[in-house]
Design a protein around this ligand. Structure first.
Ligand SMILES: Cc1cc2nc3c(=O)[nH]c(=O)nc-3n(C[C@H](O)[C@H](O)[C@H](O)COP(=O)(O)O)c2cc1C
Length: 205
């Protein structure tokens, strides 16, 4: 596959915009690695009796299709923390990926995760680890953040070796600080450059 047709899928759910903001910084990092970043989101979920939304969101990234997911060269998954876990819309979307799991479509591709929380110790790491589980079931190669990123030791907000994170505050109005932003960029760049290296290695075999 040529690098031109390779893209890193940044797939996120965001209700109030914090996770979406992280996704944009991660996309910048991916682009800095020379790879294309494709931003996609997932719709909210509701009970059968509730009204449904239009097929295309009014603003922001478009909803992810099965084709978007199937053909990505790498996946970076983002969700707000909800009770120490990913939000239901993301879990619902992932639960619909059995066909890709059966076909091994994501197997041996790099995968990474990111999250945003209201409180600093409100479950960022638990959420990130739980988001890695379905990626492992899909056979993905997990990519985290190394401590060679100095922001990881200096941060007063989010940032973990398991993936990027952001402390948005109880009102959701705490902006990403410099360290959190740096770590979003670093995660995108790292996934992008690992993906390129894997592709180059595969082309040589
Ligand atoms: C149902 C629900 C559960 C939540 N659970 C947690 C939690 O366990 N820990 C936490 O710090 N924040 C929790 N939050 C807050 C969100 O994680 C936080 O506001 C996040 O930044 C929202 O991201 P968004 O702006 O992308 O929607 C919860 C929010 C909701 C609505």
């Amino acid at each position: 596959m040529s690098t031109a047709s390779l893209y890193v899928l940044i797939l996120y759910y965001s209700r109030h915009g914090a996770t979406a903001e992280m996704a944009r910084h991660i996309a910048q990092g991916v682009e800095q690695s020379g790879m294309e970043a494709r931003l996609r989101t997932v719709p909210p979920v509701s009970a059968e009796t509730a009204s449904t939304l239009p097929a295309v969101p009014a603003e922001g990234a478009v909803y992810c299709s099965e084709e978007d997911l199937k053909h990505c060269a790498a996946l970076i998954l983002g969700s707000p923390t909800r009770f120490g876990n990913m939000a239901a819309p993301m879990k619902y979307f992932i639960d619909g990926t059995s066909n890709l799991w059966l076909a091994g479509s994501l197997c041996n591709k790099p995968g990474a995760v990111f999250t945003s929380t209201a409180s600093l110790h409100g479950g960022q790491e638990a959420t990130l680890l739980s988001m890695q589980l379905p990626l492992m079931h899909h056979g993905m190669l997990l990519v985290g953040l190394p401590y060679t990123e100095t922001a990881l030791t200096e941060t007063q907000g989010g940032g973990t070796p398991y993936g990027a994170s952001h402390h948005a505050g109880s009102q959701g109005n705490r902006k990403l600080d410099r360290h959190e932003t740096d770590l979003c960029l670093a995660l995108g760049k790292r996934v992008g450059s690992i993906t390129r290296q894997l592709d180059a290695g595969a082309a040589r075999v």
